[in-house]
Write a new protein. Structure first.
Length: 155
């Protein structure tokens, strides 16, 4: 499928299977991370405060993540309210990430590997939680294409 068709409402991609969705999710995550880092670095290079640059990069990254997940990763027709569900899913996944960081800090001995291990475990928890919520709730296609849920008649 042409890349231009991925991002148009007229030609959404069909919902992929689990392996394809997971692969696309990883690719979208890498693209989003790269764009977010470029934004943060560019703002900092332009003299913007580090925290404001970081907040700005993450805000743009959240919009990019929603767009890539909606159009490229999960495709298909989606129910109304996907943006709000995406934000809620983000909050849930972030809380899960923070819980892992807290548990690791409270239970692992303090050394250089603990922090790296905690971050790796937190990132994995966030990614798996977000993927599952997006696949099963945020971008789930209603069965039967009910017009009341999708805004589109069944095909």
């Amino acid at each position: 499928m042409a890349i231009g068709k991925i991002f148009t409402a007229q030609h959404p991609t069909p919902p992929p299977g689990l392996a394809a969705a997971a692969t696309r999710y990883g690719i979208a995550g890498l693209v989003n991370t790269a764009v977010t880092l470029v934004i943060i670095a560019g703002l900092e290079a332009g003299g913007i405060n580090r925290q404001l640059a970081n907040l700005s990069g993450y805000a743009v990254g959240l919009v990019i993540a929603f767009t890539l997940n909606r159009r490229y990763v999960f495709g298909g027709e989606h129910r109304a309210g996907a943006a709000m569900r995406f934000i809620i899913a983000f909050v849930i996944a972030f809380i899960a990430n923070q819980a892992i960081l807290f548990v690791v800090a409270a239970t692992w001995p303090s050394d250089a590997w603990r922090d790296a291990g905690a971050q790796a475990a937190g990132i994995a928890t966030y990614s798996i939680t977000m993927f599952g919520l997006c696949r099963r709730w945020v971008f789930a296609t209603p069965r039967g294409g009910d017009i009341r849920q999708t805004g589109n008649p069944p095909r």
